[in-house]
Design a protein around this ligand. Sequence first.
Ligand code: ADP
Ligand code: 5GP
Length: 199
Amino acid sequence: MTTLSNQDFHQTKLIIFSAPSGSGKTTIVNYLMKEHPELKLAFSISCTSRQPRGKERQGVDYFFLSPEEFKAKIANNEFLEYEEVYPDRFYGTLKSQVESQCAAGQNVVFDVDVKGGCNIKNFYDDRALSVFIQPPSVEELRRRLVGRATDTPEVIEQRLAKAKYELTFANRFDRIIVNDDLAKAQAETLKVVSDFLTL
Ligand code: ADP
Ligand code: 5GP
């Protein structure tokens, strides 16, 4: 699926965040991006064939495509990686996104599912840091998903079923951050990312 050469981009770095949905990955990534401009982070905007929810905006949170448009880009080999995360719900990273952000001298932050995270890490190897954000427990994950109030009970059950599987991937990541106390998890993430970028 991946056809880019590792030499194609300037040597900025890549930081991959994966976690079961509801673990607090978006909260932690937003903290890094907003509070730490010195890290020169750019968020990799993925494509998805799901509908926008809440305040999500086209071209900011995701590029929202129809399933047909998504499949056309797959056929055209435009994705660095993609997954059918839920039936007929595609998510993927465009090669052109990563290329332009690296060319602009930015370090690229990915928020992708565990399989996508492992694929991107395998592709970029030492140029990428993969971080798994782990919830303290599945019960707490349920509380957070219910509290976030963005999903129907049916979707929450789908996410929890998938979470149990995703938690088995944690040890494949370079670092695991347990997001129990948010301030502590943010501080730990900041240290891990800063250390990696100054290597
Ligand atoms: P993800 O991006 O992993 O799906 P979010 O960042 O959307 O998760 O977080 C899910 C919900 O949990 C949000 O309502 C968020 O405010 C809340 N949350 C995040 N971290 C914590 C934490 N450490 N303790 C309690 N609630 C949290
Ligand atoms: P959500 O619907 O909550 O925005 O995302 C659902 C899942 O899709 C999350 O685990 C998210 O990390 C993942 N995801 C988002 N973008 C991508 C992508 O480009 N590639 C892959 N493989 N997964 C993605």
